[in-house]
Design a protein around this ligand. Sequence first.
Ligand code: PLP
Length: 392
Amino acid sequence: MTDWKPRTRAVHSGTRRSQYGEVSEAIFLTQGFVYDTAEAAAQRFEQLGDDEFIYARYGNPTVAMFEDRIASLEGAEAAFATASGMAAVSGALMSMLKAGDRVVSARALFGSCLYVLEEILGRYGVEIVLVDGTDLDAWARAITPETDVVFFESVSNPTLEVVDIEAVAKLAHAQNAKVVIDNVFASPVYSRAFEQGADVVVYSATKHIDGQGRAMGGVILGSEDYIRKTVEPYLKHTGPALSPFSAWIMLKGLETLDLRVRAQTATAEALANALTSHPKLVRTVYPGHPSHAQHELCIRQMGKGGTLIAIDLAGGQEAAFRFLNALQIGVISNNLGDAKSILTHPATTTHQRLPQEQKDLLGITPGLVRVSVGLEDAEDLIADMLQALDQV
Ligand SMILES: *Cc1c(COP(=O)(O)O)cnc(C)c1O
């Protein structure tokens, strides 16, 4: 089983069959578990055996199947599933930090990640230092011996900057700091984060892992020691457990993840080629395209550019809105990783809260549109985008 390739793991790892021998994994929609005797209950509370459960806030067979399958896929010793991606990000960080600790993080982050760092951890006395994630000298200066955790999105939202996992992890480990990576944009398909030096990897399963826009979920991956001794006590007592029904959606999502993400990436490549140098655009940002400033790093780290593109319309917000409103296939929404192509105007939606100077610093311009490439026919999608640009 250890030498199974990812697509085999994505279909078979973690499977637990009931006495009925079902082919498709069962949904154990139960909060609790019955003990044969009072002694058995006492015994289980004293020492949880393999594949034993007490209460669904602590663990559940369907949730465990999802955790084991994604841990196998990601090359992690263990995983703990959560009710959303943000429960995973905040759980990973809150469980390992205390007042007086220091976190160094890339500045280009999903809005809620920034809120957890600056507003919540800040309030609890954790020092937060933000750096330009693409600048290794800035990382080197900020990661002092007092640093406890280094945090970043390996590919940032929405401007698609790539952080060099191997180089930053080297700097962090030299100071005994742990590396926590929000790896949503890479997805498990293009992730070798543990090999490259990550200590903890976090996913929002809401995105590519579900992949059909149905359920919220998240997962924290790491060493057996970290998950069992640091994460589990925090999550089981604070309660952001993944529902068994949502875990089942994510588990089945993993089976087709590789096929979906590779198909979406192939379309993203074709779309980036079709849009690069378009006269209505100031820039097309796609890490998988040679024009991206970190193209080489992206290919070395991930192999491919992933499923997201950002375009910047020359006519600013008015042009961006006109373009979005003219689309016939892509939908205007703020999720990503879906079978449907989804387009977002970050400056007025996901990143609206940021002050203008921060938007400027992050390159979130009025004309910027984030494109999450779906599973539609690539030619149809490209034709739709080009006709919408014609109407600008
Ligand atoms: C969506 C997202 C999250 C949060 O995930 P939810 O499932 O929406 O809570 C965190 N980080 C990144 C990079 C994301 O794209």
